[in-house]
Design a protein around this ligand. Structure first.
Ligand code: SAM
Length: 298
């Protein structure tokens, strides 16, 4: 019913409208009928990467004129698009892959279009974060999209510390080159939580590695990460926590070595010390952490 009431042709002819069109993240078959219809009807398409867009257009015989719009586009380029929209044009926005604006350009154009009262219509479709999440086997009832971490270690650590208490599955985009560094940092800041590396979604070498962070790090030492990667980590104290006895024993070993580190816990009360360790090792029960701490002379 809703589809019939909103026939795209009628809407496009009557008013300026910005269509946010999700495109494939690998497999070119992952595009909706509505996305194709809209790409064929709009007056122009603003694309983050016109070369990728041309491949898609060739495959589906789309002839819409392409204009480039990326993070470094000048305000004047956005201005031109906004003027077109204000004059009644239907304009499509696509990113290099997936949903526009999700760790991709689009935000500024969207907010400026909203400020001018221009209608925005999202066309749902591929998004690596959602595809990875639903197959990760991590809790799906609540999730937090964290995008890319800052590239420098200091800001990345601070961002992770700010995310540590979130009780929802966390989703990160990451490059294969940085994955091991990020896994190590996550292990340090979050403790050994259950996680999933979702690689090459919708492509030939699609792969899901569902392991605790420590295991993923071990795997990363043995293989070279390649392709596009979405990394998911269970939230604090969620059911994603793996309490496998072997894994717990390794976790206790790691806790012991933290306790042995010179100067660790100096100046902290026993309670603060246990709080600190519980945050770092969320798999271990507090009672067990107390036992391990009490064996030492603090
Ligand atoms: N807008 C896109 C979306 O909706 O998913 C995301 C764009 S962002 C610039 C690109 C990042 O998304 C990649 O570095 C990777 O982390 C993730 N990604 C994109 N395609 C992917 C795929 N096929 N498999 C796994 N992760 C992917």
């Amino acid at each position: 019913m809703a589809l019939l009431r909103q026939a795209p042709a009628a809407r496009i002819m009557n008013q300026g409208e910005l269509f946010l069109i999700a495109t494939p993240i690998g497999n070119l078959g992952d595009i909706t009928i509505r996305a194709l219809e809209t790409l064929r009807r709009v007056e122009m398409v603003a694309a983050e990467d016109t070369r990728t867009a041309k491949k898609l257009f060739q495959r589906y015989r789309i002839n819409a004129p392409l204009v480039s719009l990326h993070d470094n586009s000048s305000p004047a380029q956005r201005q031109k698009l906004l003027e077109k929209l204000a004059a009644g044009a239907a304009v499509g926005l696509i990113s290099e892959a997936g949903t526009p604006g999700i760790s991709d350009p689009g935000y500024r154009l969207i907010t400026e279009a909203v400020e001018r009262g221009i209608r925005i219509t999202p066309l749902p479709g591929p998004c690596a974060a959602v595809a990875a999440l639903c197959a990760s086997a991590l809790p799906l009832d609540a999730f937090f999209f964290a995008g890319f971490l800052p590239p420098r270690p200091g800001p990345a650590r601070r961002r992770l510390e700010a995310l540590r208490e979130i009780e929802a599955t966390l989703i990160f985009y990451e490059s294969p080159r940085r994955l091991n560094v990020t896994l190590a940092l996550l292990l340090e800041v979050f403790g050994d939580r259950q996680a999933c590396v979702a690689r090459e979604l919708s492509k030939i070498y699609e792969e899901f590695l569902r392991f605790p962070l420590s295991e993923l790090l071990r795997l990363g030492a043995e293989r070279e990460w390649r392709g596009e990667i979405t990394l998911l980590v269970s939230g604090r104290d969620t059911k994603g926590i793996n309490r496998d006895p072997e894994v717990l024993a390794r976790e206790e070993e790691r806790l012991e070595s933290v306790l042995s580190a010179e100067g660790f816990g100096r100046g902290l009360s026993r309670r603060d010390l246990v709080d600190e360790l519980a945050a770092r090792f969320p798999r271990l029960k507090r009672r067990r952490i107390y036992e391990l701490v009490n064996r030492r002379d603090f």
